[in-house]
Design a protein. Structure first.
Length: 230
């Protein structure tokens, strides 16, 4: 009764289009969900994302839930997740991708989910790591451990939006370090992040995680840009 009254006077709206949500629409309306450009890499063309990192790092598997288009629905939702305090978007996408990974033959053996970390200063300023809830929900769906105290960030890097891939990599390559790396040895690790733009951040994190003895590494993100394939 109380929740019905709250919804009457303060109706929930879609994170993507601000339309009032109807019953059983969890935070994103059905129409916007259908407009989100799914990649299906974890079902089809499984080598597509891995090829980005060939000769740089070894990955067991790699995928992204959506394509990232400028001014598209995915960009708007990621902006709300990262800068507008809409942490529940991470939960929604974590459940969504986690359920799909369960049905993918490439991600069935995940033992540990690790988010790409943000620096403590940025964490204090923003209040949360945008990849954390995404990763937590994937771990829950996959019945894997969620670990956020092994991979850490020591350098508060500046924005990399206008940098080339190589420039981005040079700015982040020494930004990450591991603590208690032995706790993830002999594990299949899933590294998660919000978006792959150039792959530099994923590569820098992978170089640290690959130092774990006899570990295997896979990657999953919410979105991936088309420009990375050019």
């Amino acid at each position: 009764m109380l929740s019905s009254l709250v919804n009457l006077f303060f109706p929930k709206t879609c994170h993507a289009c601000d339309a009032i949500l109807i019953d059983n629409e969890p935070d994103i309306c059905v129409e916007c969900r259908h407009e989100l450009p799914l990649t299906n890499y974890h079902f089809e063309r499984p080598e597509t994302v891995k090829k980005i990192f060939y000769g740089r790092i070894h990955l067991e598997a790699a995928t992204a839930l959506f394509y990232f288009h400028k001014s598209g629905k995915a960009q708007q939702l990621l902006h709300h997740l990262k800068y507008k305090g809409k942490e529940d978007i991470g939960r929604i996408f974590g459940n969504w991708l986690g359920a799909e990974l369960l049905d993918s033959p490439y991600f069935k053996s995940i033992d540990v989910v690790i988010p790409v970390p943000i620096h403590s200063k940025k964490l204090k300023q923003r209040g949360y790591n945008q990849s954390a809830l995404f990763g937590q929900q994937i771990a829950k769906v996959l019945n894997a451990s969620y670990v956020d105290d092994v991979l850490l960030k020591s350098v508060n890097t500046k924005t990399q939006v206008f940098q080339s891939r190589e420039a981005r990599f040079q700015s982040v390559v020494h930004s990450f370090y591991a603590r208690n790396i032995n706790t993830i040895e002999h594990k299949h690790i899933l590294l998660v992040d919000d978006i792959i733009t150039t792959g530099a951040t994923i590569e820098a994190c992978a170089l640290v995680l690959n130092s774990a003895n006899k570990s295997r590494l896979s990657v999953a993100t919410i979105a991936i840009t088309h420009s990375i394939f050019r």
